[in-house]
Design a protein around this ligand. Structure first.
Ligand code: CP
Length: 336
């Protein structure tokens, strides 16, 4: 098993072998236990991570910032409006400078068609790891926490576990595709039996779906696509209903900014795509409800489900801390 993750960029879980992801998970469990026992973990003493946020965040920013502090290092919180990027400094020049000052550059940039490209440009010009805090394609920090949370409930062997990933209605903002995309990619590698449900037109990126199917083949998992929300819930062990922007309801997804009204109008046709008690009753008795958060209460999910006995959203959110620490510890530190 390869254990040399030091210096590697963390942009998508696809860039890592399953053994390397297992190492990240085992390190997360180890850090979680140490945190519970109030044991010090000064694994990244005096190291600096620069966090650049193009978009809002509660869990991601604070898990990285608290996480690096708990590992003995420090985070700088940066927003583009306060950087020379605002005057047009390129990602390449930004990466060259920041990578001379510190030990990782962590970025959230979810603009459709721009975010992942920005991260790749940074990575190509950075001597230190670039950590993806969510872009338009991937949210690897989230999916690692999701997988850890599922393992806590269902054990390490997840082959055949029935997981329903569904679009749900929301009004807060056009949520990126990156969470469900990262989930279908990674869960398929662990052999899960995934049903992906969404209204017609609310497709995920075709290349990602194609890759997820290949992952499922290799991991002895399954990926079924349906346009019926109930099918994702039927006999499911895990349900993850969450909104995402309908970028493919317009002819050119890259013009999403221009056609936001049309995308919202399409979404408004599907207000019945909500996770409620009736839908939860279709799942297995022991099923769990998950959501990356923030959830649109009363739109994506009713209060009685997210606050109810099936919900494990607070464990899922907590695990963002432990998985973020593991990723930083292994990529910014780890063995030389
Ligand atoms: N799930 C997640 O990424 O949460 P934030 O947007 O609050 O970081």
């Amino acid at each position: 098993m390869g254990t040399l993750l030091r210096g590697r960029h963390f942009i998508t879980t696809q860039d890592f072998t399953k053994e390397e992801i297992d190492l990240m998970l085992e390190t997360s469990f180890d850090l979680k236990r140490k945190f519970a026992r109030d044991e010090l973990t000064p694994w990244l003493l005096y190291k600096t991570v620069f966090m650049i946020f193009y978009d809002e965040s509660t869990r991601t920013r604070n898990s990285i910032e608290a996480g690096i502090t708990q590992l003995g290092g420090h985070a700088h919180y940066l927003v583009p409006e306060m950087m020379q990027a605002h005057h047009g400094e390129t990602p390449a020049d930004t990466a060259k400078v920041l990578s001379r000052f510190g030990h990782a550059i962590a970025v959230r940039h979810c603009a459709f068609g721009q975010g992942n490209k920005f991260l790749r440009d940074l990575a190509a010009n950075s001597n230190v790891p670039v950590l993806n805090l969510q872009d338009d394609v991937y949210h690897p920090m989230q999916v690692l926490a999701d997988l850890m949370t599922i393992q806590e409930r269902f054990g390490k062997n997840l082959k055949g576990l029935k997981v329903g990933i569904s679009w749900a209605y929301a009004e807060s903002h056009l949520k990126p595709l990156s969470v469900p995309q990262s989930q279908i990619l990674l869960f398929a590698r662990y052999g899960m039996d995934i049903t992906l449900a969404y209204p017609e037109g609310f497709d995920l990126m075709p290349d990602i779906v194609k890759q997820a199917k290949l992952n499922a083949e290799a991991g002895e998992g399954k990926l079924t696509i349906t346009h019926n929300m109930d099918e994702a819930f039927k006999d499911a062990d895990v349900v993850i209903p969450k909104s995402w922007g309908g970028f493919y309801t317009i002819p050119n997804p890259l013009e999403a900014d221009k056609y936001k009204d049309k995308i919202w109008a399409e979404a408004a046709k599907h207000k019945d795509w909500i996770c409620d008690e009736k839908r939860m009753s279709l799942t297995k008795k022991h099923s769990v409800y998950m959501h990356a958060l923030p959830a649109d209460r009363g739109k994506e999910v009713v209060d009685s489900v997210i606050d109810g006995p099936h919900s494990i959203v607070w464990d899922e959110a907590e695990n963002r801390l432990h998985t973020a620490k593991a990723v930083m510890a292994l990529t910014m530190g780890g063995r030389p």
